[in-house]
Design a binder for this molecule. Sequence first.
Ligand code: ZN
Length: 351
Amino acid sequence: MVKIYLTNPIQERTVVSMKEPKTLQQAIQYFSDEQTCIDAVAAMRWPNGVLCVFCEADKPYYLQTQKRWKCRKCRKQFSVKVNSIFEDSPIALTKWLPALWLLVNCKNGVSSYEISRDLGVTQKSAWFMLQRLRLALNNRDFSAKMGGNEGGVEVDETFVGGKGKNMHRSRKLELVRMRSEVANWKAQSKGSGRYPNKTAVMGIFDRESRQIRAKVVPNVRRETLQAEILNSVEHGSRIYTDQAVAYDSLREQYIHETVNHVEEYVRGQVHTNCLENFWSLMKRNLAGTYVCVEPFHLDRYLDEQMFRFNNRATKDNPLTDTDRFLLALSQVANKRLTYAELTGKTATTQA
Ligand SMILES: [Zn+2]
């Protein structure tokens, strides 16, 4: 196996490349063998060799017939699924891995109905699988600040929820509708910063690294949005927003330029088009593929969208389907999501 280095400036990490597969069809064939799946997950979980999940001792015995390791030190046994998003799942890795391939490589997302039909699991199982897989895509290390470069950052917010409408309109019409809806609402709203039955999402896009960070926010009041910007964007950066009053007074820390969406959409570099395209893609996926999303689950859908967007192939970072799959597979460990947590019976413990 050969090590390759992703050159993504924010999320630089190491992945192990494998010779095959390159396409969905090859992936389904390649991962039809359970041992192959175990080897692939193990290689991504433990790039420097398998470590005991209980005491981290190295070089455990592999019990070939049971497909489990036994620790030389603490003598406990464990499978490759333990302490990962696959833990306690009766579904075979031969279904999990093709599902992950689909999720990270379908630009428009994949629904539980498609997974159910394609992989031969129930729709309920497929829904649960997708929720767990999205957890693997969660790579929210938001500690490094964005901006601080020539390119500047775009900041914008939007609202998700309510009825899925205008699904059959062209993308351009949908963008215009979205912009005027949000612009109208912003013009009227002076109070709570909330939109009835909708969830507010805020996004920051760094034009130089081409990376997006998006998260659910409780409202779009000035103090909420400005606190997010102060935490996330280097002082002195150039910031592009629309003319929402929530972005007033950024001028103390930033070079702030605004675009008036009622009269114009673009004035040279002054626009928030990259974020608006991201919102548009997200909304079409939510309205089409996913039918409906409760606010409770929205952060996980955002993780999925961000993963695909931030790891898309660009000229400087020519990632392939295989790269995206392996990157996701390298993030499956130390994350768990139980059915009770998912259905809201207890709080999610994953950080
Ligand atoms: Zn051990």
